[in-house]
Design a protein around this ligand. Structure first.
Ligand code: FPP
Ligand code: MG
Length: 362
């Protein structure tokens, strides 16, 4: 299902999603005008809101069924659950947005979601400060939600996000360092951990039994790993226009992601082709590494030629299909985890989100 239809997929929680967006837009103004403008700009470039949607769908199913795996809650607590769920979904989006504001500085990115990045528009300093400010607001919101376990879950996630990004930074431009063990740890840290934390927190907020909380966490984690795998393959299959950011950017940033790891193991390539692919990646990493290379016209055209050779080999190796299959195994795990939830239309939408993830083009 293309991204354009995600709004129709999420119609069940559209009032809540509107409330989450409003919550974000109503955030206390920053003390200085430049920071306010920069934060306002970042909030204005809306993404898919997948994390809030996931949280709100789960919250809806739990609020409207109050099934046997939930501890009875005091009436006052029950009454504030919808409001707290919106605040929680806003926390997930604020943290996500903060990571992107920092990530675009780390990656020198000019374009995201088809628009100029905050760092391009306002400079690196304001992009970092805007991310910091959103983290501060997320912390305040967590304090207002008032559940210590949820505070702990999101504190842990901030550390996982930093660890994931640091791991990626350490392995960049080194094919040798890019093992599956590294890939899995990095993917959990920078992508899956926030999905997992969001879902776990919804379970905790609604007083679910521990096995239910853990199953919800597992749904988020498996969805998150699949989300990263699909992101990885889109880099090889979509144009920059569709992606809203430059295609093949992972490669140019020295990242050998899942399609590369799978292509290097693929039986669809001969040994000579796999060796040539490895050589092309190493040569590209050498040319793209800012610590080693110069950006002359000649270097740029050699980079482009190597990217084309690598992309051709990845496609010939069926590594895009293999990445999709690997993502499918995680999506199936995620679907199994949903079995803990009571029957409710929102549960069906959580399943449909898995299919959306599989077929999205951005
Ligand atoms: C996008 O990756 C980046 C992330 C998912 C996480 C970035 C994490 C950090 C910068 C560290 C922690 C930051 C905070 C605020 C806790 P990408 O560059 O592969 O994807 P892209 O192509 O969308 O930029
Ligand atoms: Mg990036």
């Amino acid at each position: 299902m293309p991204t354009a239809t995600i709004a129709s997929l999420l119609v069940l929680v559209s009032p809540e999603l509107v409330a989450t967006r409003q919550y974000l837009l109503n955030l206390m103004p920053a003390q200085t005008k430049p920071l306010m403008e920069s934060v306002g700009y970042s909030l204005g470039v809306s993404g898919k809101m997948v994390r809030p949607a996931m949280a709100l769908l789960t919250a809806k199913a739990l609020q409207e069924t109050r099934f046997s795996h939930q501890a009875p809650l005091a009436d006052e607590m029950e009454a504030v659950l919808p409001e707290k769920s919106i605040a929680l979904s806003a926390v997930a989006e604020m943290i996500h947005l903060a990571t992107l504001l920092h990530d675009d500085v780390l990656d020198d990115a000019d374009l995201r979601r088809g628009q100029a990045t905050t760092r391009f528009q306002f400079g690196n300093k304001l992009s970092i400060l805007s991310g910091d400010w959103l983290l501060a607001r997320a912390s305040q919101t967590l304090a207002e939600i008032g559940n210590l376990r949820i505070v702990r879950i999101f504190s842990d996630v901030l550390a996982y996000l930093c660890d994931g990004e640091a791991l990626q930074n350490e392995a960049a431009y080194s094919l040798e360092a890019t093992t599956w063990d590294y890939y899995n740890r990095k993917t959990f840290g920078k992508t899956a951990s926030l999905f997992a934390a969001t879902m776990e927190s919804v379970g905790v907020l609604h007083g679910c039994d521990e096995p239910v909380v853990q199953a919800l966490r597992q749904y988020g984690e498996s969805f998150g790993v699949a989300f990263q795998l699909i992101d990885d393959l889109l880099d090889y299959t979509q144009s920059s226009e569709t992606l809203g950011k430059p295609a093949l950017s992972d490669l140019k940033q020295g990242l050998a992601n899942a399609p590369i790891l799978l292509a290097l193991e693929s039986d669809s390539l001969s040994l000579a082709e796999r060796t040539a692919l490895k050589g092309s990646i190493e040569a590209l990493f050498q040319l793209c590494n800012p610590a080693l290379a110069e950006e002359t016209t000649d270097v740029l055209s050699r980079q482009e030629a190597l990217c084309v050779a690598i992309q051709t080999a990845v496609l010939k190796a069926n590594a895009v299909e293999d990445t999709q299959k690997l993502a499918d195994t995680y999506l199936q795990q995620a679907e199994k985890s949903l079995a803990v939830l009571p029957e409710h239309p929102a549960k069906e939408v959580l399943k449909a989100l898995l299919a959306f993830n599989q077929t999205r083009q951005t």
